[in-house]
Design a protein. Structure first.
Lengths: 120, 120
DNA sequence: CTCAATGCAAACATTTTGCAAAGAC
DNA sequence: GTCTTTGCAAAATGTTTGCATTGAG
């Protein structure tokens, strides 16, 4: 998993486990799962993970959230309770996307806002 | 435009004009266009505009940006120079979106990442 | 043994709040 | 004249940096 010159410290492993436990967590939530790791280290480690592409940084309106960069998926955000969930089927129609002349598409993200089942 | 109990102060008009001048600006950019308005007022006014739905708040990875809530469009973000541009044609396939059982869709946003024409 | 990684404290940036004065209606 | 809005200063919040120490390789 790591081996490109990065050291596998206990702190990094702990943060990785925290990330694996749940999707799209805030920095505080991650830190709460490994309180013995210094807050500064959490910041730096998440920065590092983002840079090497292991972690995706999201911004859904309430500050940064982090999740392991695994399968392609998007997010449903409930306007009323703020809960976030994922869905797998990507609703992007590729034919309608490659019309953007002069822009080379690398990736995309989709956020869907509305009301979740609990709030209906 | 306003008349639902909100006062049309010179500050609010100035901020509205600043917003009209350019899309997806940061709070600092908006404030720079009307320096005589107190920074606190810019914060409060943008909050107000967001609440009443006149302004859309974006978060594209580099802090909040604001734009007038006009025609439905999405954003292209260049990974290399960070420039942001809009595109009109929505690439969402509605058929693939209403499959989300138990979630009532109200709106959505799409961000496309890649390289702009200048950076290719 | 060496150099990257950590943790503390302090610096820094950003956003929010309290309150008196000003101004829109 | 009333009640909202403004602006200042201060507080709260969130993030980054400097530097000595620790520990993985």
């Amino acid at each position: 998993m790591k081996g490109r010159g990065y050291k596998a410290t206990p702190q990094r492993v702990a943060i990785l486990e925290a990330l694996a436990a749940e999707q799209h967590q805030s920095l505080d939530e991650i830190h709460a799962k490994c309180p013995h790791v210094g807050l500064v280290t959490v910041y730096r480690t998440l920065d590092l993970f983002s840079e090497i592409g292991a972690v995706r940084r999201l911004d859904l309106g309430d500050g940064s959230r982090y999740e392991l960069a695994e399968a392609h998926h998007h997010h449903l955000i409930c306007d009323s309770c703020g809960s976030i969930s994922e869905f797998e089927g990507c609703p992007i129609d590729p034919e309608r996307l490659d019309v953007e002349g002069g822009f080379e598409v690398r990736s995309h993200s989709v956020e869907v806002y509305g009301n979740c089942a609990e709030c209906l």
